[in-house]
Design a protein around this ligand. Structure first.
Ligand SMILES: *Cc1c(COP(=O)(O)O)cnc(C)c1O
Length: 226
């Protein structure tokens, strides 16, 4: 199936999920996760009208950006080693995996003067040891500390739900939404925190019902390999 056909189907499903909770479908941005697929398939996604491209590896991501960078908005969604920050600066617009101050410090060092990287703070809402991200209890204190890095704008929170039945992940998404509301209440100028990056191929409808504004979809949209 073409990306266009998959995208059409996903948009229908987003529409249905939005209806349930009276949300505006335009508030839900689809990030096409192209980590498994070729440059050609990524281009197909852009041609299908998808604006947001997500990659989780520096090497593969930068290679695609070099070919197609001008035609989309680029999201770095995987864990990022501090020493590789320099490769994504100026190319990727969003980082979905900010989870430690050492990474924030390196971003501060590498960003051009006066520019900001839009960051999601990654939260480990399920507490699974294999998942990265902050403990929910430490999230607000962490965000407070980010104030010292003006190159970072905390646009929202991100989580990866456990890989279980879609309906069972709902409490994790709800937890992230509540945490986001708590951050918003702090009125930090460096952390407006209006966005929620949650939901993937297997659970995006539940994520949309629970308030996701960026959903990261790979296999159900562009496929898992060419
Ligand atoms: C791979 C990946 C996705 C997309 O996964 P699918 O199940 O293929 O939709 C989303 N988010 C992150 C962080 C990923 O690494």
């Amino acid at each position: 199936m073409s990306v266009k056909d998959h995208y059409f189907d996903i948009q229908q499903r987003i529409g249905q999920a939005c209806k349930k909770n009276d949300r505006n479908p335009h508030a839900v941005h689809v990030v096409a996760v192209t980590k498994y697929v070729s440059e050609e398939r990524t281009q197909e996604a852009l041609h299908a009208g998808i604006r947001h491209i997500g990659e989780n590896r520096v090497e593969g991501g930068v290679k695609k950006w070099d070919a197609l960078g001008d035609s989309g908005t680029w999201h770095f969604i995987g864990s990022l080693q501090s020493k590789k920050v320099k490769h994504i600066v100026g190319k990727f617009d969003y980082l979905h995996s900010l989870d430690r101050l050492s990474l924030a410090k390196e971003i501060q060092k590498r960003m051009p003067e006066g520019k900001q990287l839009k960051c999601f703070v990654q939260v480990n809402v399920s507490g699974e040891e294999t998942k990265s991200g902050l403990n929910p209890e430490n999230t607000i204190a962490f965000i407070e500390e980010l104030r010292q890095y003006p190159a970072i704008e905390v646009v929202g929170l991100m989580t990866m739900a456990p890989y279980i039945e879609a309906e069972e992940v709902r409490p994790y998404f709800q937890r992230l939404r509540k945490l986001k509301q708590e951050v918003e209440k702090q009125n930090y100028s460096h952390a407006p925190c209006r966005e929620l990056s949650m939901g993937m191929s297997n659970d995006f409808e539940v994520a949309v019902e629970e308030g996701a504004t960026f959903i990261r979809i790979g296999s159900a949209l562009v496929g898992s390999r060419d």
